[in-house]
Design a protein around this ligand. Sequence first.
Ligand code: FEO
Length: 387
Amino acid sequence: MNKIEITDKIKYIGADDKTLDLFESQYIIPNGVSYNSYLIEDEKIVIMDTVDQRKKDEWLENIEKVLNGREVDYLIVSHLEPDHSANIEILANKYKNMKIVGNQRTFNMMPQFFNMDTSKRQIVVKEGDTLDIGKHKLQFFMAPMVHWPEVMVTYEQTEKILFSADGFGKFGALDTEEDWTCEARRYYFNIVGKYGDQVQQLLKKAATLDIKMICPLHGPILKENLEFYINKYDIWSSYTPEDDGVLIAYNSIHGNTKKAVEKLAEILKEEGAKKVVISDLARDDMAETIEDAFRYDKMIIASPTYDAGLFPFTEKFLRHLKHKNYQKRKIGIIENGSWAPMAAKYIKNILEEMKDITICEKTVTIKTTMNEETIKDMQNLAKQILS
Ligand code: FEO
């Protein structure tokens, strides 16, 4: 059992998963992921969410160790996504007197996941409702679309702990020593990024609470310096650029566009760019490139033309950005085409579907390889994007 300290009466019963190939079948997780679950010992015993089915046995053992023969009285269901809900039915069958606590949406959706009649054991809560379990008092706040419609968070009033569901989560197993911000940002923009407005609503509710600790469903328990994490969430969810820098996101079929973007990176640095990050859209982790696109205030997209249209990885990247509500950024475009360069046109078409995007006036067109003229055009583009 993972020895994660929370408080005397609140125990960590979750599990690390270091063998999952892709989180949500799409995101690489080099350091695994944790499925967090918590047990509150009081006059009543409460479990806060279950874990992914991959970790069922470890989780059930963790529960038994803490329970020491007692029974579970309540299961709080913050989120029905299977990485947290997979074992609801198993737990309900094991502890026959256990009540299941969720909101109306939770119970509307639950039959899609389980063939189980919860009508006699469900407690339906709504915004602000409380559940008294002894010294601890749980208060529920709805957090729709952070990250599914039924999501709610729970505030424990006595120890002042926010159980924040997917919010404030992070990739990486709990024994991973790494910077919180990087993997929490990659997690945030790829998992919840589309729902910035809803995260803002949740932050407004959280601002009314005196929070001493945040217990998310993935990643470390946050115990100190909570303003730092809350401030990051405020920046991310308002789509405000976090850092002054340029992301160059490119594709290169035979290496010529790559040579051009390497030259462009030099030019940008000469022109005073604070930070330049280069990402190969076909080879680098797309989720990290999405993260960097949101992190920096400027981006240059460099892409070959392909089949009289856009190179597929460029299109995939831009579509991802659109889905994640990418906005409020300044963008430059470089296209390459050996006989009929078309990439810029298609890049602009997709960018025009987004909000508050400023496209630099001058597009750089390369015909196969860069030359002196292209270099001059890139110098102009660098000046424009940095102005
Ligand atoms: Fe970790 Fe939206 O589930």
